[in-house]
Design a binder for this molecule. Structure first.
Ligand code: FAD
Ligand code: ZN
Length: 468
């Protein structure tokens, strides 16, 4: 039997989609519109046994697979190449919530659950799953773990890796590793879970996960603050951390240009503060209640004003105002894409070195490319910037990108290296940064990564050409 006939028999009606009978474009193109691939077929298994059977079939026929969850990844890791020879393995049909253990504070879900559905399942039990991304309505928990996603609550709760206790994984050979442990302590050898988290579909297929839950805070409060420069923004972070400690759950940064893009493309969205060089969004999650959080905000912001760290501030007075503040921050990715493709950098730096990095790199870029516009925003509390370069006003973005992307990357990534940062803080490597990783990671680290890849996927059928 041919591989496709075998897959069709394994997966049944609706389990295998092929062109031209089905339109596969939603699976073949990435969210940014940067990568357009072509799949041999889309396999949509409904359970772990079917995933394992698909893997065994692909291994037997030497077919390569590209796993995909919500297809919101930003580095081209989850879409097929242009050969038309890869199987796209979509986890979207696997959406069961397998169970909640309220005493153990754990939740076990299948990989295709959207992040929003996971948050809702926790909330239904009065608990919190804190991972939080602007793409949460579409991205899946499997994709979040495969990319070790970050988002806006890392400061307090950590990234996806830190929120996962156990995994169920299908190996390249089609075996099922049952590692859905709910243990917070388990030192029984190599940590296989941590090997699969962040592996971007190159080592195994994540089919389910046991996640950590938390008590819900009694009050959540948001404020915007205007900072004259990045040193002040860092000063504000230290001040807020000192006063609020673990209650500080969000500290997001937005430069003036990123907010002006939101103003241009989403004029209906209210901006509580007038334009200023840097706007910070702070969030406090308080276990004592609203009055306490309000008092804490007032103390932090008035001290910051006295010290000259901020020039203006607005504290949300209602849930709606707080949502509008978050909406502002979360609209930046969409506002950028409405403005046109730009050169994206998802970088991490030691917090203390961010002001100097930005001053120096902004200057180098503007000198090399007159008129460019810097979209600089991100999770300042985690030392993670989305440091993106937009074409000059009026210059066609695609043309600008194809002419200058390599030179821009060179300037930015050289500086990242000098400042001891990382070229990928939370989006991963995928296709976009594969060459950059090869050029910048140490030969020893790359050698160890390749040894792991060969040991787990000797045929090289899992997401080939991604990451390594
Ligand atoms: P996909 O895009 O489908 O896949 C991503 C990678 O994981 C691919 O390499 C794929 O092969 C692999 N993969 C997917 N599912 C599995 C599985 N079950 N087993 C093995 N491998 C798998 N990311 C952040 O970290 N922080 C943010 O704040 C953030 N904000 C975003 C905002 C917007 C508007 C958008 C569009 C994206 C944002 N992202 C962010 C990026 C993206 O949402 C995350 O990378 C997310 O974790 C991807 O999940 P997904 O299900 O869409 O994965
Ligand atoms: Zn981000």
């Amino acid at each position: 039997m041919s591989a496709l006939a075998e897959l069709q028999a394994l997966l049944g009606e609706g389990g295998l989609l092929q062109s031209p009978a089905h339109d596969l474009s939603a699976y073949e193109n990435d969210w940014r519109g940067r990568y357009q691939g072509r799949a041999l077929a889309v396999a949509r298994p409904a359970n772990t046994e079917q995933v394992a059977a698909v893997l065994r079939c692909c291994a037997k026929h030497g077919l390569s697979l590209v796993p995909q969850g919500g297809n919101t990844g930003l580095v081209g890791g989850g879409v097929p190449d242009g050969s038309g020879q890869q199987i796209l393995l979509s986890l979207q049909r696997m959406q069961a919530v397998r169970g909640v253990d309220a005493h153990n504070l754990t939740l076990t879900v299948e990989a295709g659950c959207t992040l929003q559905a996971v948050q809702d399942a926790a909330e239904a039990h009065g608990l919190l799953f804190p991972l939080s991304l602007a793409s949460q309505g579409t991205c899946t928990i499997g994709g979040n773990l495969a990319t070790n996603a970050g988002g806006t609550q890392v400061l307090r709760y950590g990234n996806a890796r830190e929120l996962c206790l156990g995994l169920e994984v299908v190996t390249a050979q089609g075996e099922i590793w049952q590692g859905l442990s709910g243990l917070r302590k388990d030192n029984t050898g190599y940590d296989l879970r941590d090997l699969f988290i962040g592996s971007e579909g190159t080592l195994g297929i994540i089919t389910a996960a046991t996640l950590k839950l938390f008590a819900r805070p009694r009050a959540q409060m948001t404020a915007l603050a205007a900072c004259p420069d990045l040193d002040s923004a860092l000063g504000l972070l230290s001040l807020a951390r000192g006063q609020a400690a673990a209650a500080l759950t969000g500290f997001e940064l937005m430069n003036a240009f990123s907010l002006s893009l939101v103003r241009r493309h989403f004029p209906q969205l209210q901006q509580a503060l007038p334009p200023c060089p840097w706007t910070v969004l702070l969030e406090l999650s308080d276990s004592e209640g609203e009055a306490h959080a309000q008092a804490q905000f007032e103390a932090i912001l008035s001290e910051a004003l006295t010290q000259g760290l901020i020039t203006d501030a607005a504290v949300a007075q209602s849930l709606a105002q707080s949502q509008t503040m978050w909406h502002l921050r979360e609209s930046i990715p969409l506002a950028q894409s409405k403005e046109g493709l730009n050169v994206k950098h998802d970088i991490a730096l030691p917090l203390s070195r961010i002001p100097a990095f930005v001053r120096e790199t902004d200057a180098a870029l503007t000198q090399a490319f007159a008129g460019i516009r810097m979209v600089n925003f991100g999770h300042l509390g985690d030392g993670n910037l989305h440091y993106n370069v937009q074409a000059p006003e009026g210059v066609p973005p695609a043309e600008f990108l194809s002419r200058h992307e390599a030179a821009i990357n060179q300037i930015v990534y050289e500086a990242v290296q000098r400042y001891e940062g990382s070229i990928s803080a939370e989006h991963g490597i995928g296709q976009l940064k594969r060459e950059e990783l090869a050029a910048r990671k140490s030969p020893v680290a790359l050698g160890l990564m390749r040894a792991i890849k060969t040991a787990l996927d000797p045929q090289g059928i899992l997401n080939p050409g991604r990451m390594l």
